[in-house]
Design a protein around this ligand. Structure first.
Ligand code: COA
Length: 335
């Protein structure tokens, strides 16, 4: 039977390190506040001069993933690009990446599931592979968020959280009799809560889609009801973990590593406590990168593979909750 296997991963973060202390030059905040509430110590941001988009970061991560998978760019049947911060309003960053990779007419698809982008993307890739529509898929999660956050004290609740970066995975349909690859997936969305985490502008509901007055009011920056997101995340992540384990016919003990989206270290700790998970089974790297939205899971995965925590036969559970609201989980076993 054909199973969707991860053949190679890659990550790229821009070289500019922004520490919590650095943020105090723009806003009223402190290293202590940020560490205590979020676990974040530093994040990577693209150069303040601009000119770098998620497709550029995604290109670097993709090159590494392709190399590790021993694919050339021409082996790719489909690109799935997950981002909430596209290079330009349209067309999608997947098309831009396709061209930057030197591809001629390989299809490219952007998905807009924010922090749940990698979970939706992996599920989608699995469906494309199982249905025979594609056999080699490049899944990329990449974000440049630093250019679209309010660096004044008004925006500090959000500005301290987010980072830039990219992660990529080469996914291939492989015939195997083993129970390996994507074993189960659970996806959810609840548009009722779209307004607790959103960026409103530019908006086609408005005419014109953006005005100076709207910009002065900061409506082109992300808005977040942090407390509600926090509480909802802990609850839903625990629920979806149980759901996907049931689908895979596995228990919490069968999972070697949980790789959650990196929104807040305290969310992941509360989630782990709720399910009674040993700390060492939950992979966190938010301390160094902040929340890189669709890039966070593939970056953490790539690091875990590189550190050799993940090995042959490891069973991993990916999970995330983000704007939409969207949330989901995937159970994956390495060959
Ligand atoms: N530095 C210093 N003080 C800050 C601050 C910052 N960066 N951001 C907010 N504050 C202040 C607030 O103004 C408030 O002050 P007040 O009590 O005088 O009104 C106080 O800190 C508490 O704010 P609050 O928003 O209630 O803090 P919190 O404990 O809920 O923590 C978050 C805020 C954002 C860290 C937390 O809610 C969170 O992480 N939520 C989830 C976010 C998330 O996961 N988002 C992405 C989902 S994919």
């Amino acid at each position: 039977m054909k199973q969707t296997m991860i053949k190679g991963t890659g990550r790229y973060v821009p070289p500019r390190v922004v520490t919590n202390h650095d943020l105090t030059q723009w806003m009223d905040t402190s290293d202590e506040w940020i560490r205590q509430r979020t676990g974040i110590e530093e994040r990577r941001w693209v150069s303040a001069e601009g000119g770098i988009g998620p497709s550029d970061l995604g290109l670097q991560a993709s090159k590494i993933a392709l190399n590790r998978a021993e694919w050339t760019h021409e082996d790719v049947d489909l690109i799935i690009f997950a981002t909430l911060s596209p290079d330009i309003y349209f067309p999608g960053s997947g098309c831009l990446l396709q061209h930057k990779l030197g591809l001629d007419s390989t299809p490219a698809l952007d998905i807009r599931q924010q922090c749940t982008g990698f979970i939706y993307g992996l599920t989608l890739a699995d469906a494309f592979i199982r249905s025979g529509h594609a056999n080699r898929i490049l899944l990329v999660g990449a974000e440049v968020q630093s250019t679209a956050i309010d660096l004044s004290t008004r925006g500090r609740d959000i500005a301290v959280l987010f980072g830039d970066g990219a992660g990529a995975a080469c996914l291939e349909g492989v015939e195997t009799a083993e129970a390996a690859g994507v074993l189960a997936s659970a996806l959810h969305a609840q548009g009722e809560f779209a307004n607790i985490l959103m960026m409103e502008l530019p908006s086609h509901k408005l005419n014109p889609i953006i005005t100076e007055e709207m910009v002065r009011a900061g409506r082109h920056y992300p808005f977040m009801d942090g407390r509600t997101v926090f509480k909802t995340a802990v609850r839903k992540l625990a629920q979806v973990t149980k759901e996907v384990l049931k689908k895979a016919n596995l228990t919490v003990e069968d999972i070697d590593f949980f790789i959650p989206h990196q929104a807040n270290l305290r969310i992941n700790q509360a989630f782990a406590k709720l399910l009674n998970l040993p700390e060492e089974k939950v992979i966190n790297n938010i301390q160094r990168y902040g929340n890189t939205t669709a890039a966070s899971i593939p970056i953490a995965l790539d690091e875990a593979i590189e550190r050799q925590c993940i090995q042959s036969k490891s069973t991993v559970l990916f999970l995330a909750l983000g704007a939409g609201l969207t949330w989901g989980a995937v159970v994956y076993r390495f060959l």
